[in-house]
Design a protein around this ligand. Structure first.
Ligand code: M6R
Length: 590
């Protein structure tokens, strides 16, 4: 959440920063800003509300400078205004800062600073941080001032600081990601690698409690607690810049939906030995938990069902944001399986940190394996989905479904059966992802686009798919979408159905099929409009979205038409499907 980029090097800082911010926009796009310090010791700042996407460098009219910081914001403290946009100056305007995170004791610190005469220009907690630094700076070096400030602030945060003399960049993190990229006579500090990937693939990961000082194009690392120098390992990352481009597609979301032709198959390629080893641990564990947020939480729920049906094993799926209510059940015999595309989700990281203190082994099902979670986990299953840029997760979800399924088959003791079935499903999924099918989806989208509510029903393995479907429709179309276990319908939700209420039913080709269809009839009898997702057309359907018959793996294919439907609903309603309002791709605050 929020994108940070800082630069020092031989090239023009404004060019490198603006370019980096455009790559980081998926982390937040409420407002953006940039500050550079010239060789003559003058600071220049530009900030704007809105997306940086279409802003030209020329229009900023910034002077030549070789050091600077930039930020693209997802608002936490204070509304979406220019005044609240980063970078923030300290009161004497000699220090400027970009910040990602939430300062939990912001009010107390603000009051103390006010007593010392500080006046604030914005409503942000970030301005509190920069003024704390200014206050300490009166007596100590900038590095020491930053170190003392980090001790004062509570919460998960990352900051980059620049002083007017433009001699150094100082950055530090405690709970929010920062990566240092080192190129030819240049250094980048960013919240994610794509910010500088075009220029270098050589990185240092900054861990919590560490600090980097960049002077004359060289980074030096320090321990935040004692200020002592530490060494960090240089890593060459294996990410191709073009993976992050949308090619001939209008949006990343549709490109990533189509990518599933390859990514689902790729996800099947998992290290068999590791699958078996982890499966053995799951079977032996006393209390295993599946933990994730949003769509990843839906994947966890699906895992709960798959483990039960395939391996006869109960695992508890818990949303990471709620996990603290279950901390008490963690012991050294427990196991935690975390699911995350970004590997940076704050609530998941917090659950892991608590679990690790209790010696719980962590298994990560991750797309970004170099992420914070990737580095915290004891075992990592990479989902091989390639970079996912659209805020709405699509190809990562189906790839996570695949890995979850493989783990369950490994726990059953027949990983090869799981692999064989999944390879077959992957090839059948390809049938759907074609222009003719898209045209059909567009027709259904036209039927739904002016509806206020859409309900999605599933049974068994399709209950979590219904949940994931509701998330997709909500975030892209802004239509109220809600999912229910179909059997729960007559216990309340059926009262919502009136003439023409759209209800999507996800039919599983398993022992839930008949009951699902009779629930659809109950809805239809009350005037509901049934959109059936099924291999066969049934008389109860008003509209039919065909999917291939993949037997008990219907969860793999039933999500595809809903992904496409969400995309076209978003397009028809004039939204940008890649950047839904109020959201960001990587949720690094709680
Ligand atoms: O990066 P993560 O998988 O940990 O992200 C979790 C959720 O924030 C994410 O799945 C979110 O719900 C997506 N926008 C859904 O499309």
């Amino acid at each position: 959440m929020c994108g940070i980029i800082a630069y020092q090097g031989v090239h023009n800082a404004d060019q490198r920063i603006v370019e980096g911010l455009k790559h980081l926009e998926y982390r937040g796009y409420d407002s953006w800003g940039i500050a550079v310090a010239t060789a003559t010791g003058k600071m220049h700042r530009k900030r704007q509300v809105g997306e940086i996407g279409k802003v030209s460098l020329k229009s900023l009219n910034l002077p030549e400078a070789h050091i600077g910081i930039g930020h693209t914001r997802w608002a936490t403290h204070g509304g979406v205004t220019q005044k609240n946009a980063h970078p923030h100056f300290s009161m004497n305007k000699k220090i400027v800062l970009v910040h990602n995170g939430i300062v939990e004791n912001d009010e107390v610190l603000r009051k103390e600073l006010r007593k010392k005469g500080y006046v604030f220009q914005s409503e942000t907690d970030s301005e509190v941080v920069v003024n704390l630094i200014e206050n300490y700076r009166k007596k100590v070096s900038l590095k020491e001032a930053v170190r003392k400030t980090m001790k004062d602030i509570a919460g998960r945060n990352a900051i980059v600081v620049l002083e007017q003399d433009g001699k150094e960049l100082i950055a530090t993190r405690n709970g929010s990601p920062l990566i240092v990229g080192v190129g030819e006579k240049e250094v980048y500090i960013a919240s994610d690698i794509p910010a500088f990937l075009e220029h270098t693939q050589t990185v240092y990961y900054l861990d919590d409690g560490q600090m980097v000082v960049v002077q004359e194009g060289k980074p030096q690392f320090f321990d935040l607690t004692n200020g002592k120098k530490i060494s960090r390992r240089k890593i060459t990352v294996d990410i191709e810049p073009e993976q992050a481009e949308k090619g001939s597609y209008d949006h990343f979301m549709i490109k990533e939906i189509m990518d599933q032709k390859e990514t689902t198959r790729k996800a099947v390629d998992q290290n068999e030995r590791q699958l078996m080893e982890v499966a053995k641990m799951i079977k032996k564990a006393y209390g295993s938990f599946l933990v994730g947020c949003g769509s990843a939480a839906a994947v966890c729920k699906l895992g709960e069902y798959i483990f039960s049906t395939v391996a006869n094993k109960h695992i508890n799926a818990v949303e990471a944001s709620e996990f603290r209510h279950f901390f008490g059940f963690l012991t050294s015999k427990s196991l935690m399986i975390v699911v995350s595309q970004s590997g940076e989700t704050a609530d998941v990281i917090e659950a892991i940190e608590v679990a690790k203190k209790k010696n719980v082994k962590i298994i990560g099902i991750l797309n970004n394996t170099n992420s914070t979670i990737g580095r915290l986990a004891d075992y990592v299953f990479p989902i091989h989905a390639g970079q996912e840029r659209a805020v709405a997760s699509t190809k990562a979800i189906t790839a996570q479904f695949v890995v979850m399924t493989l783990l369950a088959y490994a726990a059953k003791g027949n990983v090869l059966e799981g692999k064989r079935k999944l390879v077959d499903v992957a090839s059948q999924m390809n049938e759907l992802l074609n222009p003719r099918y898209e045209k059909h989806i567009q027709r259904i989208a036209r039927v739904l686009k002016n509806k206020e509510h859409v309900y999605i029903l599933g049974r068994g393995l399709n209950v979590p798919v219904a949940k994931e479907s509701s998330i997709k429709i909500q975030e892209i179309s802004y239509i109220h979408a809600e999912s229910f276990a179909a059997g729960e319908l007559k216990h309340g939700p059926l009262a919502l159905v009136t003439k023409g209420t759209p209800v999507i039913v996800l039919v599983g080709k398993d022992d839930t099929e008949d009951e699902m269809l009779s629930n659809a009839k109950e809805v239809k009898a009350r005037g509901g409009m049934i959109i059936g997702i099924s291999p066969e057309n049934h008389s109860v359907f008003d509209h039919w979205l065909h999917v291939p018959n993949v037997g008990d793996m219907s969860y793999m294919v039933n999500i595809l038409p809903v992904q496409l439907l969400s995309y076209y609903l978003g397009i028809m309603k004039g939204h940008n499907p890649d950047k839904p309002r109020n959201l960001a791709k990587s949720v690094t605050v709680k």
